[in-house]
Write a protein that binds this ligand. Sequence first.
Ligand code: SF4
Length: 147
Amino acid sequence: MSSNVNIPKLPAKNKSELTEQVFQAIVDSGETGIFQTELCKSFSIDSRDGSRLVGNLEKQSLISRERMLYKGRWTYKLIVKKIPQLKEADRRPIEIASVEGAPCFSCTFQHLCSTEDETSQYSPAKCNWIEEWVILDTKKRGLSTQL
Ligand code: SF4
């Protein structure tokens, strides 16, 4: 199994940009996904940093990770999450434009943030930064702010 994804080798200026570029690469890999080792190699990031970065994307429920053997070594297959409540024919990967500029990409509490741990004080459901970003982004797009 291989991932045939062309990843642009853009120099990332900061962690937030790098995270967005990595997420975009995973989105671009579509339903087949991409191996974590290949992704790290393409972005010239070491496996520990790469693991932390994609782990944060997983915690935010943007991607899923599945442990697999690849070229004789254990790694993860990274696949963008789908919108579960839609019918199979209507399912689409998340568009990068819809999460562009999201505070999560540069959040210092990313490692503590969870959609599953209800005891965590950091989660998208309780986050004021996400709420402010959604309101601002909605205004920027000229959409209704009656959320
Ligand atoms: S605390 Fe808020 S901004 Fe930070 S990762 Fe969680 S949801 Fe995103």
